[in-house]
Design a protein around this ligand. Structure first.
Ligand code: OAA
Ligand code: MG
Length: 387
């Protein structure tokens, strides 16, 4: 049993949307395939992965460093002890050979993308849905019913409050009970008007989260906190620079409601610093680390260990990214849910065909691997790469 090839292609996921920090006019993502020599049900097992929106494709790093480390590793050294499957932990160690600690930048995205494909292959070789495999490995009960919320509410040219309201209403009509919109990309008075427009549209049917995408310094973060705290928001997200833990800690003095952050922290060490120094409150705040940007599930398991040490429940995690990988982690390991972008980043985001959101939850189908084979538009693009 061995990995015979690793392929990467960088795909556009561009759109005209804008958050408080970046526009997505040139956004890309890496799609990767890990090709094995194993056959299951008459088909070669190929694991697939991709990175979440926001950090661009990582073809250069994957092709120049990580692909060759996987292919050059002694095949037996990256299998389980019994030799009956790939071992994602050993493959992770092979990928990270000769990498210095710290500086968790783009490299964590490249490794996270490959790690997704490795876990997909591993679960397919085991013939199980990944969430079942993860629950079994951890000795816990899987829960295939997962909370999901609808992220959108971006700024884009020509969009007014009427369109914003219609967008949010459409998420409610599709079964969501929590919706998210962007703030910090307009003057505070304008954002307040947008928030009130959305709140009056969804009143009684759903809750609203707002996301500043790390735009604010302490002073504007506090000004927004004072404005926002009069509304019953689901959360106030990524207020300041992701690595400015002192800012995050100071904010909690001005914002008693739930806050969320973590999508731009890319290692368990950074996550630990957030818990050590960021003043995050385990009874109400939310952690959004996204394995597809942060060295994958092997690293995410370390992050969950850190959470445990600091007295945090995995149910406080609702990852960024809207991909099926995090849905599997949520269902298998008891996370609080997952992000979803109902109208963006297709075909990568979303759910297998036929999965519907009901009362803010989906139910995972029993598909081997991550479940990409159940999403026809996605698996078509994937198979173009490697089958
Ligand atoms: O707009 C983005 O970069 C995505 C984002 O923050 C989110 O989904 O929370
Ligand atoms: Mg965000």
């Amino acid at each position: 049993m061995r990995i015979v090839d690793v392929r990467e292609v960088t795909k556009p996921i561009a759109s005209s949307i804008r958050n408080a920090y970046i526009d997505f006019s040139k956004m890309t993502a890496s799609l990767v395939a890990v090709v094995t020599d194993v056959e299951r049900e008459g088909r070669r097992v190929v694991g697939y992965g991709f990175n979440s929106n926001g950090r661009y494709g990582q073809g250069g790093l994957i092709r120049e460093r990580f692909r060759s480390r996987i292919l050059e590793a002694d095949p037996a050294s990256v299998l389980t002890q019994a030799g009956d499957n790939l071992d994602p932990h050993r493959l992770w160690a092979a990928m990270m050979t000769n990498e210095k600690p710290g500086g968790h930048g783009e490299r964590s995205v490249a490794v996270g993308t490959l790690d997704m494909a490795i876990w997909d292959a591993t679960a397919k070789i085991a013939g199980r849905p990944l969430f079942r495999l993860l629950a079994e490995q951890k000795g816990v009960e899987a829960n295939p019913r997962v909370f999901v919320y609808a992220a959108g509410g971006y700024y884009y040219p020509g969009k007014d409050d009427t369109q914003l309201r219609a967008e949010m209403r459409s998420y409610l009509d599709r079964g969501y009970t929590v919706v998210k919109m962007k703030i910090g990309g307009a003057p505070i008075g304008e954002d307040q008007r947008r928030i009130e427009a959305v709140l009056s549209e969804i009143e009684g049917r759903a809750r609203l989260a707002v996301d500043a995408n790390g735009r604010f310094d302490l002073e504007s973060g506090i000004a927004y906190a004072k404005m926002l705290r009069q509304y019953p928001l689901f959360w106030y997200e990524e207020v300041g620079d992701p690595l400015d833990y002192a800012l995050q800690a100071a904010l909690s003095e001005f914002y008693p409601g739930p806050m969320a952050t973590g999508e731009n922290l890319f290692s368990h060490q950074d996550a630990r610093n957030l818990l050590r120094y960021g003043g995050m409150r385990p009874d109400r705040d939310w952690l959004q680390f996204d394995c597809a940007l942060s060295y994958g599930l092997v690293e995410y398991l370390r992050t969950l260990d850190v959470l445990h040490q600091f007295g945090w429940s995995p149910s406080r995690c609702i990852p960024h990214g809207g991909h099926q990988m995090s849905l599997n982690i949520a269902a298998g390991l008891g996370l609080g849910g997952n992000e979803s972008y109902p109208d963006l980043f297709q075909p990568y985001g979303g759910f297998p065909d036929g999965v519907r959101v009901e009362d803010g939850h989906i139910v995972m189908p029993e598909l081997p691997g991550i479940g990409f084979e159940g999403k026809s538009d996605l698996i078509t693009v994937m198979r173009d790469l490697a089958e």
